[in-house]
Design a protein around this ligand. Structure first.
Ligand code: PGA
Length: 265
């Protein structure tokens, strides 16, 4: 059984003060219903707010996890603006995001850069959420599967000898045209692409593919989470906009808990 994961990618939002307000509301709620026994919960703030979120998680004993939004592929040196693996580990993060479409599109990170970042994170024993997904033009051209499989191949080829990938690697399928647009990918179609991704992962990494979680991301909200999460191959969600509000995020978590029926949302 793959444990579900709901991860909130806050992008360029929330100061330290706002992070504290959010996590100090969320953590007691998680603890009250032992929610993290049912579903893993992660927030992914900006670098400057990580320490605030980690402190809150530790003090609360709520099982909340805290991720970082990016990692440098470089170890040290003349790379202005970068944050390396050692610095992230010092902050006691639980995971890092690699290959988000905004990094790919706005910051021109290509498949090689993303492969290098993934390897750097895993070499440092940092759990990594690898994002993939096609732009609208690719979907319209009918070449989604080839495009996404190419992203997966390029990222996983350098790490195929690694062990523990069931623990260390999570994949998120995020069709770019569904991110922040309100246009969700049809749940059945998201499940189909995720199934295709799992087959590709199996080709590269072998049977561990059955244990690696693959999330869906793109306009996930409390109104559509149940349809998405109940698909066979979808193991959770990477959430942007709806993870910024305490109420909405908590609803996403509650509705994703395996004992959801017995909880009051
Ligand atoms: P969204 O963002 O939920 O606001 O569409 C998802 C993401 O970019 O991870």
């Amino acid at each position: 059984m793959r444990k579900r994961l709901i991860a909130g990618n806050w992008k360029l939002n929330k100061t330290k003060k706002e992070t504290l307000e959010f996590t100090s509301t969320l953590c007691p709620e998680l603890k009250k219903n032992s929610l993290t026994d049912e579903v893993e919960v992660m927030v992914i703030p900006s670098f400057t707010s990580i320490e605030t979120a980690v402190n809150c998680k530790k003090e609360s004993g709520s099982g909340l996890m805290v991720g970082a939004q990016d990692i440098s592929q470089y170890a040290s040196g003349a790379y202005t603006g970068e944050v390396n693996a050692e610095m992230l580990k010092e902050l006691e993060i639980d995971a890092v995001l690699v290959g988000h479409s905004e990094r790919r599109e706005v910051f021109q990170e290509n498949n090689d850069v993303i492969a290098a970042k993934l390897k750097t994170a895993l070499d440092a024993s940092i759990k990594t959420i690898l994002c993939c997904g096609e732009p609208e033009s690719v979907r319209e051209a009918g070449t989604t599967d080839e495009f996404v499989a190419g992203q997966i191949e390029s990222a996983l080829a350098p790490i195929k000898e690694m062990t523990n990938l069931d623990q260390m690697l999570v994949i998120a399928y995020e069709p770019i045209w569904a991110i922040g647009t309100g246009k969700t990918c049809d749940a059945a179609e998201a499940d189909r692409v995720i199934n295709m991704i799992r087959s590709k992962v199996k080709e590269i990494l072998g049977d561990v593919s059955e244990k690696i979680r693959i999330l869906y991301g793109g306009s996930v909200k409390p109104e559509n989470i149940e349809e998405i999460i109940n698909k066979n191959d979808i193991d959770g969600a990477l959430v942007g906009g709806a993870s910024l509000k305490n109420d909405a995020f908590l609803q996403l978590i509650t509705k994703s808990a395996s004992n959801a029926d017995s909880l009051v949302a």
